[in-house]
Design a protein around this ligand. Sequence first.
Ligand code: CTP
Ligand code: CA
Length: 225
Amino acid sequence: LILDERRGPLSGKRVVITAGPTREPLDPVRYISNHSSGKMGYALAGAARAAGATVTLVSGPVTLAPPLGVDVRPVMTAQDMLTESMAAVDEGCDVFIATAAVADYRPETCAGDKIKKSTEAMSLALVRNPDTLATVAGRADAPFTVGFAAETTDVARYATDKMARKKLDMIVANDVSAPGLGFNSDNNAVTVFWPGGQEQIGPDSKQTIATRLVALIGEHLEATS
Ligand code: CTP
Ligand code: CA
């Protein structure tokens, strides 16, 4: 089988995807982070590439091999993720997909030397991180924006609220309380919402879900352009 990239659902489109966790340093040896294998984002990058897109993957630290033919931009912190994503969008972007598990807060300060233990209890001052997806969706030249929402309760309500609040074109919700799916797993089950509709995908492999998501994005992109 020869894949003809000129005929794929995202043929000629430029796609920027965020993936993986971010790490927010506390001192030279410690950080705050989120669970995230990066598998869903990397699968989407591969599927978008196979669908004919030019793909940039802004990736936090993961242990996955970069998909063939994808431009990977490694980042560490949420602030790095915003900077690299905005730069990638500046280069031209039709579709922006945020799969990254971004740390919502970072330590207010990062100690220059390793923090030594002393008291029985300690507390940590945290400050809010910038929201990459909301910032990209708020641009005057915003691309078609797709968010992910990992929730443990009220999945549909929280996801559709996020879509409205961040002004997204589509949101992919997954219930991370479901056993054997989501975090670190090769499988997932998601519900995709857009203004006026929804579609259930899976349970299936992240690869199969990525391929269907890319096709769905392609359909909606055609309808809005
Ligand atoms: N996101 C982002 N930058 C952030 C936080 C989130 O780009 N600083 C993106 C995620 O990649 C995801 C979407 O926003 O695509 C939703 O992330 P989520 O953590 O579910 O939403 P929050 O707005 O952070 O809300 P909360 O964590 O309070 O549920
Ligand atoms: Ca969050």
